[in-house]
Design a protein around this ligand. Sequence first.
Ligand code: SAH
Length: 379
Amino acid sequence: MELVEVKEGLARILVPKAKRIYDAPIFYNPVMSLNRDISVLSVKVLKPKRVLDALSATGIRGIRYALETPAEEIWLNDIKEEAYGLMKKNASLNIEGELWEEGDRSYLWGEKIVVINRGDANRLMAENFRYFNFLDLDPFGSPVEFLDTALRSVRRNGVLAVTATDTGVLCGAYRNACLRKYLAEPIRGPLCHEAGLRILIGTVVRYAAKYDLGAEVLLAYHRDHYFRVFLRLKSGAKKADRSLSQLGYLWADKSGRFEYERGFLPSRPGASGPLWLGPLKDKSFAERLLESAKDHPLAHKKTVPFLQLISEELDVPFHYDTHTLARSCSLTPPKLETVIQRLRELGYRATKTHFSPTSVKTDAPFRVVVGVMKNVQAD
Ligand code: SAH
């Protein structure tokens, strides 16, 4: 395996040389450096003591946690033998300390404790019951096969971070897979990404509820080909009940109109869900991330603008796609800024959304948004 060195954040790591990222024997995707930036900033802001990077591949994520955050004990894990070898190499290249090995596990003792493990993530998490303050699941595809053990391995009041790259499944391109994996009906069309993200959160909330854990969303977003969610887990049946009460259903039609409703079961046919209808961020957490991003050695130049967009985004369920609305009313799509401005003049709240460059998030009803669009056209 030929290796090349790449720089990301404060880390320098060796990755397999490959023409296409999916051909490499050990996975490294530079596009995900924004995902890792935001994760590193989260760990920096939250200051968890023990962190697990359960699906490490090259080790980049866990190594960045060790180098760029105050975490004291960092675990890296992968099931692949080759990945285990590379994680050890990369950890020793970046982190000072003495390495000693014990079967499928190595320890790097220095200022911090870094544990490098080869094994099934589910087994490792099951063996470490309520141990980690911050647990990161960043798999290929769906995280569902790791959720149960992750929820048992994270400490009460700890944070679970989850990536899902099975966007086609959560967005309704593969409906049956969504029913199987997430027990939820997806939706296609302009709301598919927000609905997919909310289906993912809804699934974690339902898995957590059986352990009497409630979940608070610190941050959830969609970008590129993936979804990412940071959840604070709160102990107690009442907390779990409260989280479940934020689940519900969505109805949307071709004109861009939508309705949603909280409830355990849908009140009528044609619903998408169940999905999370609660907040997608804790505003102060998002602002702290943005603040700490400004003086951090970030890997991706879009991290700060993206965090800025997310912290300013109005946190209400779903959004109106101005192009869809324009099409159904036979209008030329107006400038998004103008629509936002007009809605604000009418006393509504309105912002851009990271889900789509042509959409508006607003608390104005559908008919008002359509009215505004028609007025802009008439001017
Ligand atoms: N988090 C990494 C990318 C991980 S890719 C990053 O930020 O770069 C997913 C990894 O999960 C692969 O290396 C694969 O070998 C590993 N994997 C798949 N199933 C696993 C399992 N059951 N237990 C542990 N690792 C697993």
